[in-house]
Design a protein around this ligand. Structure first.
Ligand SMILES: NC(=O)c1ccc[n+]([C@@H]2O[C@H](COP(=O)([O-])OP(=O)(O)OC[C@H]3O[C@@H](n4cnc5c(N)ncnc54)[C@H](OP(=O)(O)O)[C@@H]3O)[C@@H](O)[C@H]2O)c1
Length: 346
């Protein structure tokens, strides 16, 4: 089968060769069913998350031993089932998230970890749903309990998790402020009907957000969704209301911010560290309920999955470059079979 293999820690944007950190194989062994409840899935699409990029660079919190097949969330079709499988059959459309291994043509999953993709949901789009939309849904709905009329500020709003957060914010009835850099990203976010979009290439977040809040007679921000960190977090804290929720999602800027405990005390802020993947171990029912609600929203058209770049597995270095160079608007995908068709639709 086709598989991408990380042989050494390094830059995955380097052209794929025998000596580059990642190599591409057309003859990797197809994985075998390893338990009665195991299922083999033929992968249709797998999404690139910032974490996949960080992991190959050796900068992610989870450091697998080498060599490994990277990749986390994916969608596909059930190809083979173990003798004890009761919930799925061959031909079912499914999606899931793995700790590793989705950058390949086939993957093995236990049936308890799979979600059935409902009719009416595009299978490629379903491969982008778990990590990005799952993270934002658990953060905003389960942790911050975002309510109608509250003000939500989303940093890195045109990226993978950002685009999901702004949409989920709108579904919750929040007043959504999105922060991104550059005309193309701003135009895209405006097309989603976001209440206010800050273009960082044109000026400061503070001035732009304060102007919007004043014009709408609003006091400040109730929920901060932060996948970026660094200076932007520091500035955003100046915009928060008493009793605000801060959702610490990631550090795309490379800079882990400091949230002063004395200010959190005086302002009654709640700081949520959120690692979505760890819910699979500690509270899987939360993920299950979250995915169920997300699928119902997707079917009803309340959320949409925007794919700005799609590549074949052999072009993975280009996919990583799109992430590294901040070109992604929504999701970057690796697709099997018809990636050219998907690309022509972009
Ligand atoms: N906690 C969790 O469970 C969880 C789950 C998923 C993702 N994450 C984390 O969330 C972060 C974003 O992930 P993603 O998949 O949304 O990534 P992404 O699609 O690459 O988006 C990241 C966004 O961050 C902004 N950014 C600001 N400074 C940047 C820099 N120096 N380099 C790159 N981007 C920068 C970019 O926006 P502009 O160009 O518009 O400024 C970009 O759109 C990552 O740190 C990831 O690990 C965490």
């Amino acid at each position: 089968m086709e598989a991408l293999i990380c042989n050494q820690i390094g830059d995955p944007t380097l052209p794929i060769s025998d000596t580059s950190p990642i190599s591409f194989s057309r003859s990797h062994p197809i994985p075998s069913l390893n338990s009665p409840t195991a299922i083999r899935i033929r992968i249709k699409a797998t999404s690139l998350n910032y974490a996949n990029y960080l992991q190959i660079l050796g900068k992610y919190q989870e450091k697998p031993s080498l060599p490994f097949i990277p990749g986390s969330d994916y969608s596909g079709v059930v190809e083979s089932v173990g003798t004890g499988v009761s919930k799925f059959k061959i031909g079912d459309r499914v999606c899931s998230v793995a700790s590793l291994g989705s950058f390949a043509e086939f993957i093995i999953a236990d049936e308890k970890d799979l979600f059935l993709v409902p009719d009416g949901c595009d299978l490629v789009a379903a491969g982008a749903l778990p990590v990005a939309f799952g993270t934002s849904h658990v953060a905003l709905v389960h942790r911050a309990q975002l309510g109608s009329g509250q003000v939500l500020l989303v940093l890195g709003a045109a990226g993978g998790v950002g685009v999901s957060a702004v949409q989920i914010g709108k579904v919750c009835g929040a007043i959504v402020i999105a922060v991104a850099r550059g005309a193309e990203k701003v135009q895209f976010l405006e097309s989603l009907g976001i209440d206010h979009v800050v273009d960082l290439s044109k000026g400061s977040i503070i001035e732009s957000v304060k102007g919007f809040l004043k014009a709408r007679n609003l006091k400040g921000v109730d929920v901060l969704y932060d996948p970026v960190g660094g200076k932007l977090t520091k500035e955003s804290m100046k915009l928060l209301n008493w009793g605000a929720n801060i959702l610490v999602i990631g550090f795309a800027s490379g800079d882990v911010p400091v949230i002063p405990a004395n200010i959190a005390l005086v302002k009654n802020w709640t700081v949520h560290g959120l690692y979505w993947g760890s819910y699979t171990i500690h509270q899987p029912h939360v993920l299950y309920d979250s995915m169920k609600e997300l699928f119902s929203w997707l079917v009803r058209g309340l959320i949409t999955i925007h794919i700005s770049h799609a590549y074949s597995l052999s072009q993975a270095s280009l996919a990583f470059s799109a992430i590294k160079e901040r070109k992604a608007i929504g999701k970057v995908m690796i697709t099997f079979e018809d990636h050219e068709t998907i690309k022509s639709k972009l």
